[in-house]
Design a protein around this ligand. Structure first.
Ligand SMILES: Cc1cc2nc3c(=O)[nH]c(=O)nc-3n(C[C@H](O)[C@H](O)[C@H](O)COP(=O)(O)OP(=O)(O)OC[C@H]3O[C@@H](n4cnc5c(N)ncnc54)[C@H](O)[C@@H]3O)c2cc1C
Length: 478
């Protein structure tokens, strides 16, 4: 084991992603002696793969565009969207400091879409336009911050250890955190000592075992950052921290999977957004029952309805006439590509001459499916759909019939380490673990979004909490 000789660091930052880079950067600018460690060979974390949508109220761009908004309204909106399930303290800390974070990036040159800010991109809309989407996705954010971190490294104010996996936290006699051990790429163990440790090492979305242990659902989709393996949650727990927010697990409205061996990739994305494409198909669960009106305008209502279905999956059902008449449902696919998917051997795509055969192939109860189609066709004929659907263009009449299975999934982490409003990791009794802080996805999405998808409420809070840790929260000096 190698012992770091020039230690004690004022701050050791574990993970250089959306939260860790600003934490290290701003602490260094305050004069702290900072060590930044990352398991990956590069900085940036999930920003490499993230869409990078952000939300912030009271920004310069909003003022330029004449949008009147305030952090209080943002706060109220997140609590409305999450139906009170988000953590009030952390949402407040995030949104009341979000504009400063966004303006910082904007002044650095962040380019967002021309129409921004908007109220929504695919998630349940905010009441005010406070939602931004960088033209180069999450990478745009990484590309702005990373050079600033490297400048501090070059100036000797941040020591950077890439390809080092933090494996253990060190504690003193009082149970406070005073350092950590890390494993380098060659397998050598290093020990680093510090007054403060910030766990900014992301979530567990790329750790299928941990994901299933916490959410109770398999990790179906492999789209998260490879190093999001839940290390921060385990490290925090090892010194007395605990997890909260598992009850806020919420999944998206489904993707067709490429394989039965999980995690896997989606074959394609289906356009199940009625505001972009009105549905021509019906959606049924494994019993064959329709469970939500397919033209339900609320994304949140569709997602919540799916959460109640067996295995959180459903099948999109249609016939040949609908396939030919409807606008394409698979985003980016031609009708020819769509037709080819049904003979490509994907477990999510089925085609059969009769509804009964289709049900058998797909794993749907045949009687239920036939009943659902009969009932839907009655609604098409009379305009009286039993779920209240109003877009009823064609009955499902003649074979061949088609089924595409959609599996609800998430690419982020719902539960995470419990912290107080100063981002100090706490024990179950509310006491603080001295020297230990946490920010970003290691806290779990369930804190800043609750049991809902609140637009931009992961990237912006991660950046903001990291910035606050570095700028003001972490004590510096003797
Ligand atoms: C595909 C995708 C799209 C998304 N889109 C959006 C979006 O549009 N808007 C939004 O708000 N959120 C979005 N998210 C979520 C959001 O991007 C993340 O929650 C956020 O970037 C996490 O930042 P972080 O700093 O907490 O963690 P990360 O960015 O994951 O950084 C953690 C860092 O810690 C390192 N690390 C891990 N373990 C160790 C260890 N043991 N030792 C040392 N280092 C370690 C990792 O290598 C990584 O660099 C998306 C997520 C995904 C996967």
């Amino acid at each position: 084991m190698s012992e770091s000789v020039d230690a004690r660091w004022d701050l050791i930052v574990v993970g250089g992603g959306a939260a860790g880079m600003p934490a290290a950067l701003f602490a260094a600018r305050r004069g702290a002696r900072v060590l930044l460690i990352d398991h990956a060979p590069v900085l940036g974390g999930t920003l490499w793969v993230a869409t990078g949508q952000m939300s912030a109220a009271g920004t310069k761009l909003q003022r330029e565009k004449g949008v009147e908004d305030s952090p209080q309204e943002h706060y109220d909106d997140v609590m409305r969207l999450s139906r009170g399930t988000a953590n009030p303290e952390l949402v407040r800390l995030a949104v009341f400091n979000a504009a400063e974070t966004f303006d910082w990036l904007f002044d650095l040159g962040l380019v967002v879409r021309d129409d921004d800010p908007v109220k929504a991109y695919g998630h349940e809309p905010y009441l005010k336009a406070r939602y931004y989407w960088p033209t180069k996705d999450g990478l745009a954010v990484k590309d702005l911050i990373e050079p600033l971190v490297h400048a501090e490294v070059a100036a000797g104010r941040i020591a950077l250890r890439l390809s080092h996996e933090v494996t253990e936290l060190l504690t003193d006699d009082e149970g406070g955190v005073c350092g950590l051990t890390a494993l380098d790429a060659a397998g050598a163990v290093h020990r680093f000592h510090g007054r403060n440790v910030a766990l900014t090492c992301g979530g567990y979305a790329s750790n299928p075992e941990m994901y299933e242990e916490i959410t109770g659902a398999p990790q179906y989709i492999a789209m998260s950052y490879a190093y999001s393996r839940g290390a921060g949650l385990r490290l925090g727990q090892s010194v007395g921290g605990y997890l909260r927010g598992a009850e806020n697990f919420i999944a998206n409205f489904g993707l067709p999977l490429a394989s039965e061996s999980y995690p896997t990739q989606p074959v394609v994305r289906l356009n199940t957004y009625p505001d972009r494409r009105q549905p021509w198909e019906i959606y049924v669960n494994a019993r064959g029952d329709r469970f939500v009106r397919e033209d339900m305008p609320s994304v949140d209502a569709r997602e919540n309805a799916l959460m109640e279905q067996p295995d959180r999956r459903y099948w999109v059902i249609f016939d040949q006439a609908i396939l030919e008449a409807a606008p394409p449902i698979a985003i980016g696919w031609t009708q020819v590509e769509m037709a080819a998917a049904f003979t490509a051997g994907y477990p999510s795509f089925h085609r059969a001459e009769t509804l009964g055969a289709l049900a058998d192939m797909a794993g749907i109860e045949a009687e239920g499916l036939e009943r659902a189609v009969r009932s839907y066709n009655y609604g098409v004929a009379t305009g009286n759909d039993f779920l209240g659907r109003t877009h009823l263009p064609l009955p499902i009449g003649q074979g061949p019939f088609y089924a595409i299975r959609q599996q609800a999934s998430t690419i982020t982490t719902s539960a995470g380490l419990a912290v107080n409003q100063s981002l100090q990791v706490i024990r179950r009794d509310g006491s603080v673990i001295p020297g230990l802080y946490a920010a970003g996805e290691v806290l779990g999405a369930g804190q800043t979004m609750g049991r809902a998808f609140c637009g931009g409420m992961m990237v912006t809070p991660a950046l903001t909490f990291g910035r606050l840790l570095g700028q003001s929260i972490i004590p510096i000096g003797n």
